[in-house]
Write a protein that binds this ligand. Structure first.
Ligand SMILES: C[S@@+](CC[C@H](N)C(=O)[O-])C[C@H]1O[C@@H](n2cnc3c(N)ncnc32)[C@H](O)[C@@H]1O
Length: 260
């Protein structure tokens, strides 16, 4: 029987096998684009720290506050340098289902940042972080291993953990259906990368799964609709002819007023 490639146990085992080479392989196989796309994803977060609130007829200054960021499907923490460059005081809660990606992130790759990061090894669809506990939620390249129903579950989680006024930004490798050079791109993902992986990584077929996952994922449209259905404000963006797509937005401070 075929494996269920959306089964969390399957996904966790896949990334456990990829972890040691993940940083290197993702950078090289994307020709460095993945670094740029992570930075662009961070750039789509919007800060709303200085919103004045009124209590007892007085404007209340916001208390000094350490920004709380949740990094979903954090993997080996490749987005953390970008996040901490943008928001140096941030505290990051990182969630990932792969224990091996988690171990590599904390012990090998980011030991010097451990004071600002807490890492939860868990299924992001099941983990219950406190409601309205995050100022910002980010996810880089962690959506494609979810089918549409799972994306809807994830959207509900994001809406629940974000504070009102908080912002989210998610980016994923996508299938650039409108791009004239798509046949070459597909050839690269579906044929060349698997060949390189089999040749150089002792017959492995793990990183090559990106071809199947991106083809099935399409782009961030389904996730954007799921987030909007949770009452979040949403904008989509295409990166490099649609080879990646992102969805970003905010949780409204007050619900939209009914139309007059
Ligand atoms: C392609 S990696 C992306 C890692 C990192 N965010 C980056 O920018 O490179 C996808 C990660 O999502 C994690 N993942 C997949 N499904 C998950 C789930 N249900 N819950 C938590 N993590 C999950 C995998 O273990 C893997 O580390």
């Amino acid at each position: 029987m075929d494996d269920d490639i959306y089964d969390p146990a399957y996904v966790a085992a896949l990334f456990d096998r990829c972890s040691a080479r993940y940083r290197w392989w993702s950078a090289v196989s994307s020709f460095g684009f993945i670094w740029l796309w992570r930075r662009q994803c961070v750039g789509r977060l919007t800060g709303q720290q200085s919103i004045a609130r009124i209590a007892d007829s007085q404007v209340v200054r916001p208390a000094p506050h350490i920004p709380q960021i949740v990094d979903l499907m954090a993997g080996t923490g490749e987005v953390w340098p970008h996040l901490l460059a943008a928001i140096p005081r941030a505290q990051i809660t990182a969630i990932d289902i792969s224990s091996q990606m988690h171990d590599d992130a904390m012990t090998r790759l980011h030991a010097n940042r451990s004071g600002q990061i807490s890492h939860i090894c868990a299924n992001a669809l099941e983990n219950t972080l406190p409601e309205e506990s995050a100022d910002l939620v980010i996810s880089t390249f962690g959506l494609k291993t979810f089918h549409a129903d799972q994306q809807a579950q994830l959207a509900a989680k994001i809406a629940s953990i974000l504070r009102p006024g908080g912002s989210f930004s998610l980016i994923e490798a996508s299938d650039p259906k409108e791009w004239a050079l798509r046949p070459f791109y597909r050839l690269y993902l579906d044929v060349l990368l698997p060949l390189l992986e089999r040749t150089f990584l002792q017959g492995a077929k793990d990183f090559s799964m990106i071809g199947t996952y991106t083809r099935n994922f399409g782009d961030c449209a389904v996730m954007a609709d799921a987030l909007a259905a949770q009452g979040l404000r949403v904008t989509r963006k295409s990166h490099f002819f649609g080879c990646a797509t992102s969805v970003a937005g905010t949780k409204p401070i007050a619900p939209d007023a009914p139309a007059p």
